[in-house]
Design a protein around this ligand. Sequence first.
Ligand SMILES: [Zn+2]
Length: 405
Amino acid sequence: MQRQGSTRQASGYNQPRSKAGNGPRRKGTPLILALLLVVGWAISFADVTAVDAEAFSKKIGASFHWFPVQKSFIMVADKDTAKFAIGLPFAYVNGESLDLSASPVLEDGHLWIAEYDANRIFQKAKPASSSSTAASSSAVKNTTAQAAKSSASNKTTAPKNETAGTREVKTIVIDPGHGGKDSGALGKNSQEKDIVLSIGKLVKKALEKEGFNVKMTRDKDVFIELGQRANLANQWDGDLFISLHCNAIDATPERKKQIRGYHVYVLRAPESEEDKAIARRENKVATLYGEKNAKEELSPIEWFKLEARLEKYKQNSYMFTEEMLKALDGGKIKRQAGGVGGAGFMVLVGALMPAVLFEIGFISNLEDEAYMMSKDGQADIAARIAKAVSTYKEAVHSYRETLGR
Ligand SMILES: [Zn+2]
């Protein structure tokens, strides 16, 4: 099987199998170990065909994530999850240890694994065998054969179309919540849809000054369905999706006075009733206006299906959340207890990029409301969001540098 642009002969890729002895102590009878060492000797002389793990993931529709600190990476396909680490001759596939025909290496800014391993893990090309020795023997034959076949096109090409989160940050999608017939939460003197639109426009202006390409799901008072917002963001191929909202609580005046502050939300299974309630409120518009596939909560099975896709953007969504917390620190509107939450926000479900939902403050609290309505308040909040985007861009850039890109 020839892989254009993602296959190559990695010089120095061959890892003597005896290196396995340096790894953690693992189960196995002495006989099997001895056989593995013999086989390993053969492998160290064979030419192993390597594939770029990230490009391979993309090709099979799996998500890919690199953890620079742990020097490990994960590939999540529909049915199989595999964890690899640089220099370790085994991987964890669906929680079980699996011997690799060669250890993954980091070279030229790319993570390389043996094509044979990639195929047998993700395409079930694993040869039928009655013992691990037989499987390993096939590995030698197979990789040597692969090497012979691909030696004609010995080239390295960086994967094109890097996904949002791993590539440089350029396009920011600002999503002012609600609009038109959907006013969002109501304050004493304001409506959520107006506040988030004003602040969204200011964020756009600030980011454009910094050289970002900025798109808005709405730049006027119009109604847009929740699902359509993510669709737009995907069409624009955004690198980051920021949905702007105002929080609200339906309670006694005394309680409204107490409950205030901002909150940054990512898409994940909710961990508290409060988070669930906020998602239900923000999702209500879809059921209220008869949006297709509208629902206020995701079922456990829907969460399960969503998880593999989320894995791809989760780390970056949290990275941006961290930058938001730093930028908002010291502002007039304080962080609400915890400051970070997760729930099933429908507006984030379809976005194929790192995404957060920012509840700027409580419109039901008079002080928060006044600040969010004021010219100075809006300018300050917008500047802080823009600052968070800039530092996030730098963080992603540094992350890429750990890969030598
Ligand atoms: Zn809202």
